[in-house]
Design a protein around this ligand. Structure first.
Ligand SMILES: Cc1cc2nc3c(=O)[nH]c(=O)nc-3n(C[C@H](O)[C@H](O)[C@H](O)COP(=O)(O)OP(=O)(O)OC[C@H]3O[C@@H](n4cnc5c(N)ncnc54)[C@H](O)[C@@H]3O)c2cc1C
Length: 396
């Protein structure tokens, strides 16, 4: 069923966030990109405004917002800075979700509540050197320690995670580890680890092409002992299942970032096409340039419809695994195509480090990884559709 429209509250929210981005973030975009760091005062300011708690209940300092509201926030934020959006989203969703969902009340008060204010930083760790898309290759091990008879019962974690957003500065991390490598995906669980625990350290920093701001790198767990309540979730081996509960939201949020980057780039391309003249006329008057503008605007509109239709389905509690994969895949391709066209419209200025198109080109590539690569998404979409057709045939 296609039944979606923004409410007046959504429209007001968009304007509020857009005003905040204009005032606080746009003046600092160069500083974030060139310095490859998030200014501490900006992070604290976002925390003070309550944005990190967007999706959480008010009792933890959150706003209890719906998915559509969250997507509007991510889209508007990414119009300002992709790197900052990436860090904020980690804090709003993946970096804190499992503490909220499975943590004890004490953990929520000690970690989640300050994280909502921006005073503590959370992150999530799946990826390892030898395993990214294929989580069955996870080697970080969790070994049971103690049986509780002496009052001590917990887990010892050992392994190295890489590509971890905010690794050098995070205060706590939700880590995917295997309790039994022979079980593959069914041996995976989430564990909470905290900076300060003996054996917890950050390793090498990875210098990224784009999405500058949050520092990305390794997180090393050298026999980190955690108490039994740090196993996040009730049943052993359900980590991937728990992950699937927020996968659609993660995919939509990446699409929202793509839509934001594309719109920011498009606005600059349109402006340039009006100002730049060649052969006696503004380049925007030439049909070939107009065709680019028409295609970009159409594809952005299509991505917007797909994103908000899927987000509203999520809010209605419908199953959106297929639509969310399509949304992320389509929005990523759309964004990569828009930033490329905008750089072309800028001619040589599209190749200059002094102008914005190069930043859009670098930032857009960030969309390709988290929440599933394009190949993984295409494979999933294809398998699901073919599987459905086969199921229908059998049912005939
Ligand atoms: C900026 C950034 C931030 C990140 N932040 C985090 C973070 O905070 N926490 C975290 O855990 N991870 C993070 N990641 C890692 C990200 O989740 C992984 O990059 C992603 O899961 C893909 O894994 P990979 O890079 O190892 O690629 P691989 O899985 O090794 O894939 C390599 C290539 O093979 C293709 N491929 C793989 N399998 C198939 C298949 N079955 N069929 C066809 N093609 C296939 C892929 O599409 C890709 O093109 C981050 C990455 C980036 C770039």
């Amino acid at each position: 069923m296609m039944d979606f429209r923004f409410t007046p509250e959504h429209d007001f929210w968009r304007k509020t966030v857009a005003d905040m981005v204009k005032k606080l973030i746009l003046p600092r975009v160069k500083e974030i990109d060139e310095g490859d760091a998030i200014p501490k005062d900006l992070w604290a300011g976002i925390g003070r405004l309550g944005y990190f708690g967007l999706r959480y209940p008010e009792k933890y300092g959150g706003m209890g917002a719906d998915t559509v509201t969250a997507m509007i926030f991510y889209e508007e934020l990414a119009k300002g800075s992709c790197g900052l959006a990436m860090a904020v989203i980690m804090q709003c969703l993946m970096g804190t979700h499992f503490v909220f969902r499975f943590g004890t009340e004490e953990m929520r008060q000690r970690l989640l509540v300050p994280a909502m204010r921006g005073e503590k930083i959370g992150t999530i760790c799946f990826t390892e050197e030898q395993s990214g898309s294929d989580l069955a290759g996870t080697r970080t091990k969790a070994v049971k320690d103690g049986d509780g008879r002496d009052g001590k019962e917990g887990w010892i974690l050992k392994g190295t995670k890489m590509w971890i957003t905010q690794a050098p500065v995070c205060d706590f991390a939700t880590v995917l580890a295997t309790t039994d490598p022979s079980l593959g995906l069914k041996g995976l669980n989430f564990f909470l680890v905290e900076r300060g625990m003996p054996g917890f350290a950050h390793g090498q920093v990875i210098h990224k092409l784009g999405a500058h701001g949050p520092v990305t790198g390794e997180l090393v767990l050298d026999n980190v002992r955690v108490p039994k309540e740090n196993l996040l979730g009730e049943a052993v081996g359900k980590g991937v299942f728990y992950m699937s509960e927020i996968l659609s939201e993660i995919r939509c949020m990446t699409a929202a970032v793509g839509l934001g980057i594309a719109q920011a780039a498009f606005a600059e391309g349109l402006d340039y096409s009006r100002k730049r003249s060649a052969f006696g006329s503004p380049i925007g008057t030439y049909q070939l340039i107009r065709a680019k503008i028409a295609r970009m605007a159409t594809e952005m509109e299509a991505a917007r419809l797909l994103l908000y239709s899927t987000a509203s389905k999520l809010d209605r509690g419908e199953n959106t695994v297929l639509e969310a994969a399509m949304t992320k895949s389509f929005a990523t391709d759309m964004c990569l195509s828009v930033v490329d066209e905008v750089a072309r419209i800028h001619g040589a200025m599209g190749f200059a480090m002094e102008a914005s198109p190069q930043r859009f080109l670098r930032d857009a590539r960030f969309l390709l990884y988290g929440g599933g690569t394009q190949e993984i998404l295409a494979d999933f979409i294809g398998r699901t559709i073919v599987g459905k057709l086969e199921g229908e045939k059998k049912g005939q």
